[in-house]
Design a protein around this ligand. Structure first.
Ligand code: URA
Length: 239
């Protein structure tokens, strides 16, 4: 979740310039979640309830976008190696967006970008079990036993994956590789790659094609669209 300096949040709400906001804080006119805060640089998040002279400030309106992440882009706001980030695609959007979860640098596909911290936290919480559909090109060909293992859950790094759905989309016996659709609910680091590794196969290419009820129809790589109120509502009510 994005933490921001209190004076910046007040300034962005259009109450005062940042300098003036600092003076308001020092003067004890600002409360965060009911408590007077006079320390400059205090960090607040999107849920913090901020008042100036007892009046709640209007926080940024909330927006969520569906992004078709290309390969070769990092899913963080900044990258110490100077690589292109998902945020770079949203330069025209005046909100501070961040990704809901991560896709690897070399993974393409569906990624939600939002400034709605509450929605992001909800979607990333394992208890909500948002179904995600991946399509992986893997080395070798899965045996029926391996498919069974993936379906029931495999062990990797001391963790057992939850049951997954496996569907073979294409088998290339000559090149000895396979295209496999994997539906999972979890989102551990490198989850799909580690699940295939656990049954002895390397992921050569990976794409996420669905996230809950959302797919990438109508978008090409690098494009995004804002979700409708109805879509955001459906995401909020997933259980
Ligand atoms: N699993 C992975 O291994 N990589 C991703 O990018 C997403 C899921």
């Amino acid at each position: 979740m994005a933490l921001e300096r209190l004076q910046k949040v007040i300034a962005e709400a259009g109450i005062a310039s940042r300098r003036k906001a600092e003076r308001m804080i020092v003067a004890g006119r600002v409360r965060v979640d009911g408590k007077v805060v006079t320390k400059l640089g205090t960090k607040v998040d999107t849920f913090s309830n901020i008042t100036v002279d007892g009046e709640p400030i209007e926080r940024e309106s909330l927006h969520t976008y569906l992004f078709y992440k290309p390969r070769g882009v990092v899913s963080t706001a900044s990258d110490d190696k100077g690589r292109k980030t998902v945020v770079d695609y949203f330069e025209e959007i005046p909100y501070r967006l961040y990704p809901v979860g991560r896709l690897d640098y070399d993974t393409s596909g569906i990624l939600l970008m939002t400034n709605d911290g509450k929605l992001a936290n909800k979607l990333m919480h394992p208890k909500h079990e948002v179904p995600k559909v991946y399509v992986a090109k893997i080395s070798g060909i899965l045996t029926p036993e391996e498919i069974k293992s993936l379906t029931h859950g495999v062990k990797f790094d001391g963790h057992k994956s939850a049951p997954a759905k496996v569907k073979i989309l294409h088998t290339d016996k000559r090149k000895n590789n396979q295209i496999v659709q994997l539906t999972i609910h979890e989102g551990h680091y490198h989850q799909v790659k580690r699940m295939f590794k656990a049954v002895g196969h390397k992921v050569l290419k990976l794409a996420r094609e669905r996230y809950a009820f959302l797919d990438l129809k109508s978008l090409t790589s690098g494009q995004y669209r804002e979700l409708s109120h109805n879509e955001v509502d459906r995401l909020k009510h997933l259980d």
